[in-house]
Design a protein. Structure first.
Length: 69
């Protein structure tokens, strides 16, 4: 399994700035404002990310980061 710090580094490269991948607000802002990705509305952000997983590589990285212990 990949190192959590390495995944975070890759996320920040895509985002173009430091973000906290566990912050729903920051994740939504980066996806929408920086990358132009509109997530489907679901009960949780994790559900929305799972549905939109094929939209951009950063979404898969966010999901990995949130699931790594």
């Amino acid at each position: 399994m990949q190192n959590k710090a390495f995944i975070l580094q890759r996320i920040c490269i895509y985002a173009g700035k430091q973000i906290d991948p566990n912050s729903d607000i920051q994740v939504k802002e980066v996806l929408n404002s920086v990358l132009g990705i509109k997530l489907p509305q679901r009960r949780t952000l994790n559900e929305s990310l799972a549905i939109a997983n094929n939209e951009h590589d950063i979404i898969g990285l966010l999901m990995k980061y949130r699931n790594v212990d």
